[in-house]
Ligand binder design. Structure first.
Ligand code: 15L
Length: 267
């Protein structure tokens, strides 16, 4: 398989550049800017996702796409519109036109970040985005469903929690995703014969999880990261974080509490 990975210079992309080549020897990497540490043997094409012509060039000849590209946190409407909404539409549309078979879309927990931490949710709940960024991820999931149902792309959306070597605070004990587990989820999306349109939570084996990830397990996902192994360090780190009366109750944390004023408006 020839794979395109967008967002190659970002945090997740940088880590996948170490992990993926052993599995997929033929990878094309892309981003708005060239990664500083690009190696001579890595194929890289620079592209602005907001420019359809450029996106058509990067998808040419690939079998599958891992779409990490775009803005990875909350941003202004203009930024989110261009990088995440227009950019995501361009990726699906270019993939369709070029006959790409599979897309793994990096969605985010922020598509459902307004759910309370007391509620365990599956992948079939109504989206409750907690930010403009979260709205763009819900949009990317909806576009995935459209291109799967209407055009036959095989699409897997990963609602990624927090990617890294360990959970960095108490919230992340519930949503942590070990890099090797992300690789496993990408492989399911790119290779499993039963994929049509699926949503999985991008989370490791976290006893404190707020998510029911049985859909991923059904497709063979066996996470190796164990969140509870890091409880002591996560709780210690939490002591240095200021309490957030709104965000601490909600799955999305600081994303739903930023700009929050629902409690101040007369109904
Ligand atoms: C995300 O979607 C972001 O890309 C990442 O930077 C973190 O903020 C993460 O969510 C999180 O919720 O911890």
């Amino acid at each position: 398989m020839k794979i395109l990975v967008t967002g190659a210079a970002g945090g997740i992309g940088t880590r996948l550049r170490q992990l993926l080549p052993a599995i997929y020897p033929d990878i094309r990497w892309s981003d708005l800017r060239k990664p500083d540490d690009l190696k001579p043997n890595e194929e890289f094409i620079q592209a602005d996702l907001a420019n359809l012509d450029e996106v058509e060039k990067i998808v040419e000849g690939v079998d599958g796409i891992i779409h990490l590209g775009g803005f990875s946190v909350e941003g202004s409407w203009e930024t989110i519109l261009s990088a995440n909404i227009i950019g995501c539409r361009n990726m699906y549309e270019a993939a369709y036109r070029a006959g790409v078979k599979r897309v793994v879309f990096a969605s985010s927990n922020h598509a459902v970040g307004f759910y309370p931490r007391t509620q365990k949710i599956g992948v079939d709940v109504t989206v409750r985005p907690d930010s403009r960024y979260g709205v763009s991820k819900a949009f990317g999931e909806a576009m995935g469903a459209l291109y799967a149902d209407k055009h036959g792309l095989r699409v897997t959306c990963l609602r990624i929690g927090n990617f890294g070597d360990e959970p960095i605070d108490v919230r992340r004990l519930s949503i942590w995703l070990k890099p090797e587990d992300l690789v496993q989820l990408c492989r399911i999306g790119l290779e499993h014969p039963g994929i049509h349109f699926e949503i999985f939570y991008g989370a490791s084996n976290n006893a404190a999880a707020w998510w029911d990830n049985s859909n991923a397990v059904k497709f063979g996902y066996k996470p190796v990261g164990v969140g509870e192994d890091f409880r002591a360090s996560a709780e210690a780190a939490q002591k240095n974080i200021k309490p957030d009366p709104v965000g601490d109750k909600l799955q999305g944390g600081t994303y739903p509490s930023a700009e929050y004023d629902a409690d101040k408006r007369a109904r």
